[in-house]
Design a protein around this ligand. Structure first.
Ligand SMILES: [Zn+2]
Ligand SMILES: [Zn+2]
Length: 190
């Protein structure tokens, strides 16, 4: 892994202050961030991510947030179990109606529910959470360290990427009637 010493120490919370934006139709703000996330919510390693978000007040009607985030994510290969890093980069988007900000700030329930309140409180947008949700979607269900990963030997457990072991594939008894069939047919043809 490459040590990321060039960065300032990342924070564990990335929240964009929207107080000014909420009250100024037509305004926009840019928010650059370096933060640490736990991709799988409360477990797993912290990943340092960097990105930029833009907030826009759309005609005094709503605040629209769009952004981009990237990070180097530690995964385990599903074939050979070796840990490796994948560079992920993705975009995110969220919006909240101005009147909904007012409801949240007053502690009133909002019809959009928890999906919205996980991102927006009365005056900020949780850019860390938006980034986490977006990055999670970039990860493959069965990650592989490389496309041609040979995986582990099912007999001795050796990593086949590091050289071949001496295990012989035992012939599978389920196929033997078929072997016989082919042998017989080959015999008939000649
Ligand atoms: Zn692998
Ligand atoms: Zn083996």
């Amino acid at each position: 892994m490459k040590e990321e010493e060039g960065y300032d120490r990342p924070t564990r919370e990335a929240r964009m202050d929207l107080r000014r934006l909420i009250n100024h139709p037509g305004d926009s703000i840019v928010y650059e961030f370096v933060t640490e996330l736990q991709l799988w919510e409360d477990e797993g390693p912290w990943v340092t991510v960097v990105g930029e978000a833009v907030g826009r007040n759309m005609d005094g009607r709503m605040v629209l947030i769009t952004g981009r985030v990237s990070g180097q994510i530690g995964l385990n290969c599903s074939r050979c179990l070796t840990p490796f890093y994948q560079n992920s980069e993705t975009t995110f988007e969220a919006h909240c109606e101005i009147r909904t900000f007012r409801r949240i700030a007053e502690g009133l329930p909002v019809e959009e529910g928890e999906e919205l309140t996980a991102i927006f409180d009365g005056e900020t947008a949780n850019i860390g959470e938006l980034s986490r949700q977006a990055l999670l979607l970039t990860l493959p269900l069965a990650p592989v360290c490389r496309q041609d990963c040979r995986g582990l030997c099912p007999y001795c457990g050796a990593n086949r990427n590091e050289g071949l072991c001496n295990c012989q594939e035992p012939s599978d008894p389920r196929w033997s009637p078929l072997d016989l069939f082919f042998t017989v047919h080959k015999g008939n043809k000649t």
